[in-house]
Design a protein around this ligand. Sequence first.
Ligand code: TEU
Ligand code: CA
Length: 554
Amino acid sequence: MKKWWHDKVAYQIYPKSFCDSNGDGIGDLRGIISKLDYLKKLGVDIIWLSPIYCSPMVDQGYDISDYYNIDSQFGTMEDMDELLREAKARNMYILMDLVVNHCSDKHEWFKKALEDPEGEYADYFYFREGKGNKPPCNWRSYFGGSVWEKVPNTNKYYLHVFAKEQPDLNWENPKLKNEIYKMINWWLEKGLAGFRIDAIINIKKDLRFQDFPADREDGLCSIDRMLESAEGVLDMLKELKEETFEKFGAFTVGEVFNEKEGELYKFIGKDGYFSTMFDFEMEMLGKSEKGWYDNRTFTPNELRTSIFDSQIKTADVGFKANIIENHDEPRGVSNYIPKEDLNDKSKKMLAAISLMLRGIPFIYQGQELGMTNTKINSVEEFDDIATIDQYNVAIKEGCSKEEALEIVNNYSRDNARTPFQWDDIENAGFTTGTPWIKVNKNYKEINAASQVENEDSVFNFYKKLINLRKSEEFKDAVVYGTFESVLENYDNLFAFYREGSSKKLMLLANYQKEEQTIELPKLYSKVLLNNCDEVKHEKDKIILQGYQVIILVV
Ligand code: TEU
Ligand code: CA
């Protein structure tokens, strides 16, 4: 059955870094409102806002101290209401970030819990007795160190799988669950279209709180061991959906890592817990559980296999949400294209591959301009909590300072968080004040103002891809059509068909700087999109230039 969101294009805004309307160096809601027409021009329908709730910003808003209010640095509830109205007037939909695995240690629930560690509110969290002088078990938090933090003046500890300022909420407690449902419904009644749902698999814990074998010298184990052994998250997700999203026909996209084999349909199948969930296969490629220092590079062939396998696995189940980057990742173009080959041509190729896949495209702010990783020159310049941890992990594992710095430059979440590059005036037009995080030095070459004007820009290539997806003629193939990979015997070639009930398209991408000669299995009738000036032929063969991508009607 077709759903209203199947043919939509989504866009993630990281509010703090998008557009500052009042010169305090921090992006805000009025800044977003002022750029809705820009997003409309690109072809965006659905906008996901990273958290704008009240927050001490230890993890940039993913630590929420009040779910019912807007943090003053982003604006007011009136601004939010206006954003909802202005979006609606443009047939656009707003999603907020739903961060309910944990809250902030400054949330009133947690403050009350600390005041009375035996009382009602302690049970909104996981307060547990230590083992002698030691915490209840040896799990490592995502941001380093134990997941347990001492509750002052007791032998108890509270659980935090992220930072210690992000205590985990106890989803076993019906009172807590009902508070969360109430809050979600309150927002949906206000006119939100839905949510992006943060770290949702984490809500179910292995309540035995047992040790697992240590995997680093710190004596701790990856939190993934706990997630693998926890059972029952599916029941929680079902109830969550029934109590909230389902009643409103809300659109939801889950941040789901490592769902268990064969359970995909429960997440995004016909009666799935979510509308869709992110496809993280390409993001996970080469990543090591040991830390960023141990990540490995990968070849275009490996990338192809990971993307195509995921397309095939999802085909009969539902739609995944396709991304090449987000606020937790380095910039896609920097991550997936070798430095020496990074140019508009290769950026467009990556764009075409991503947007022509079956699924819902999510574009991260600045991706449509081909924004790149930034350069971090010293430890003092990091802002992100994960980056600081990973720098220390690298040093502990024997990397030199220079090596550690290079590693975090490659993977830091700060890469995605530098200000949006609007134009070539000071601070890239992001703010008239001092930006909270440094602007990428390349804003004079890469910015929206020049790209919107230039027919050949990365921006306009994205726009063409979006138009193709939405066109009456080809929507059936691009949105609803099947995915079939071909020509897999060629190296560094991404080739696939998208076939609808009447039209069949083919994408061909030469993922290398050298040209490559291809023998097509079928004749084509038309070139719909090309990132080069021409399609070269030699008899009935096609010669693809380095990083050329073409979309054909076959
Ligand atoms: O991310 C969940 C998550 O698993 C990440 O922490 C991931 O491990 C990390 O980014 C790797 O560098 C979500 C949010 O997207 C992230 O921004 C938050 O920090 C995190 O939850 C906690 O809310
Ligand atoms: Ca501001």
